[in-house]
Design a protein around this ligand. Structure first.
Ligand code: CTP
Length: 400
């Protein structure tokens, strides 16, 4: 649990600050909100007061009755473990970048020793404006952090990069306050299903949601790793600070992973790759006919087996989603694909598998060790997997 200040500035995305405050409360954090006067044109202090359960700071010179500290903005600045600016307008970014402090929020930001994280939201042209970009660069240089905006529909009727990251993504950044123990490691993660085209309107795929792979990528980036996420089609939000390569078919994924392999220290293959693809892809939509239809399939490359064969310094972790004889199948894959670890789960269990938020994984190591993890949220499970990878990396380094 952390003490979090949510500073709200005047943009239409201010309404999402309400959702963020609610989410942080549910996650057990104690939240205090500060609003600029422009922010109060978009949502009211009462909204944030109700959701945070605390008074909202709006005015520098007319403190409310319930003052806790002698100098309120300094007391609050010291109280905070983290300050989130949600949304961060071009104006507020510019103000802090130039050292201006003329209201409650800007003085508090100036006075705090806690990490300050900006979630910009604005029109795409404004965001691309070199002055805004220069201000962002200045702030980054000074140690301020950003949850980058994403491409999307903007309130001004256009679409482009300027839409604020989702409250979930912003809340996840609190995790970055943790130790950066994976700094210096390049980790490639694959996630999601693959799609194998049948004709221009149909494809074969599977039930993978991408949640496990995205959780691994997110946690690895939060712990300081340089992360490339090669993802099949997935509705999961792109984790902040992760480089995403979007692919469709197993062959696309193969090429994307091969391109990253030499530079990678670790590859974690959480993707559910289709083992087969249609032998021919019709160029026109296949029309139905009276009788049955036979679709001939051919083998896809086994990406992980290729990685195992061409392994040099890399640490490889595969996944085995099984419905029966989990241990036997997992150990078979560990040996056959020359892996360091295989993370196995029984997808028939109610708390594991496709689309679930939890997972119960048993990790088998090439060293013969078996790690039985309890039922965990996918984020927590991801951390455990990363701990094993880190331990292996450190012991390899100590030997070399
Ligand atoms: N995998 C891969 N390329 C494939 C198939 C699988 O890289 N064409 C990877 C998956 O990402 C996963 C691991 O291999 O990390 C295990 O996948 P799975 O399909 O369960 O293993 P297979 O060896 O294909 O065995 P089977 O289909 O018999 O279960």
């Amino acid at each position: 649990m952390a003490h979090v200040i949510v500073g709200v500035t005047g943009g239409i995305a201010a309404y999402k600050a309400a959702e963020l405050v609610s989410l942080l409360g549910k996650q057990g954090h104690e939240v205090r909100c500060i609003m600029t006067s422009a922010a109060q044109q978009f949502i009211t202090p009462l909204t944030l007061q109700t959701l945070s359960g605390n008074p909202v700071y709006t005015d520098m010179f007319h403190p409310q009755d319930n003052m806790e500290w002698q100098v309120e903005h300094i007391g609050l600045a010291r109280w905070a473990d983290c300050v989130l600016i949600v949304p961060a307008t071009a104006d507020f970014i510019g103000k802090v970048a130039h050292g201006l402090a003329d209201d409650f929020l800007s003085t508090c930001v100036m006075a705090t020793a806690a990490p300050v994280i900006f979630a910009p939201a604005m029109n795409d042209q404004m965001y691309a404006n070199p002055i805004v970009q220069r201000n962002i660069a200045t702030l980054r240089e000074a140690g301020y952090r950003f949850v980058d905006p994403v491409d999307g529909n903007l309130a001004c009727g256009t679409s482009g990069k300027g839409k604020m990251a989702s409250p979930g993504e912003i809340a996840a950044v609190l995790e970055t306050l943790r130790e950066q123990d994976l700094r210096g490691l390049k980790i490639v993660v694959t996630a999601g299903p693959t799609r194998e085209a049948i004709d221009p309107v149909r494809f074969m795929t599977n039930h993978s949601s991408g949640k496990m792979g995205y959780a691994i990528a997110r946690q690895a980036a939060n712990r300081g790793a340089d992360v490339v996420l090669v993802s099949g089609p997935s509705a999961q939000p792109v984790p902040s600070g992760v480089t995403v390569v979007k692919v469709a078919s197993a062959r696309d994924m193969f090429e994307a992973v091969k391109a990253q392999y030499d530079a990678a220290d670790v590859v974690i293959k959480a993707a559910a790759v289709a083992d087969y693809r249609p032998k021919t892809v019709a160029t026109q939509k296949i029309k139905k006919s009276e009788g049955d239809m036979v679709l001939e399939l051919e083998r896809n490359p086994d990406i992980l087996a290729w990685l195992g064969e061409h392994k040099k310094h890399q640490i490889l972790m595969g996944f085995a989603a099984e419905t029966n004889d989990v241990r036997e199948h997992a150990l078979g894959k560990l040996a056959r694909k020359h892996l360091d670890f295989i993370a196995a789960n029984d997808v028939t269990m109610s708390h594991s598998g496709f689309g679930k938020d939890t997972n119960q994984i048993t990790v088998y190591g090439a060293d013969g060790r078996v790690h039985e993890l309890p039922v965990l949220a996918k984020e927590a499970a991801a951390d455990q997997l990363l701990n094993l990878v880190l331990e292996k990396y450190q012991s390899k380094k100590a030997l070399s």
